[in-house]
Design a protein around this ligand. Structure first.
Ligand code: ZN
Length: 135
């Protein structure tokens, strides 16, 4: 079961410029910046009321964000849903016929275990599952 939208991910060319732009938009600055080296991305997070927005900038040519921007330009990249048990959600969605890109969840930004569904199996929307990492 999915609990709620955890955040919306937006692909940007230049994180520094976009942090300023979204600061103007929201009236509050980002509350954190985090590099996810395994993915070749720098991320920043904004809190907007109950909601979170993640900006993503590719740091290398073969990063999925760099490739996304080359193909489609900047814009909404994924929608992330909060789940309690990512392993059982992956199983459930596979059984429902969705193509899961990460059968084993990986460590993402913001203290989460994450897995993506292929957009081809979900009407062109890249979906991220995320589960808070509990100590
Ligand atoms: Zn995300």
């Amino acid at each position: 079961m999915m609990n709620k939208i955890e955040h919306i991910g937006i692909a940007v060319k230049n994180l520094k410029d976009s942090n300023e732009l979204f600061y103007k938009l929201f009236g509050e600055p980002h509350y954190k910046i985090e590099a996810v080296e395994s993915e070749g991305v720098n991320t920043s997070f904004f809190q907007v009321g109950e909601n979170k927005i993640e900006l993503l900038e590719g740091t290398k040519e073969d990063s999925s964000i760099t490739k996304f921007i080359e193909k489609k330009g900047e814009g909404i990249h994924h929608i992330a849903f909060d789940v309690d048990d990512i392993e059982s959600e992956i199983k459930r969605l596979k059984n429902e016929g969705f193509k899961v890109l990460n059968e084993t969840p990986k460590k993402g930004a913001d203290n989460k275990l994450i897995a993506f569904l292929h957009p081809k199996s979900s009407n062109g929307v890249l979906i991220e599952l995320c589960q808070e990492i509990r100590e």
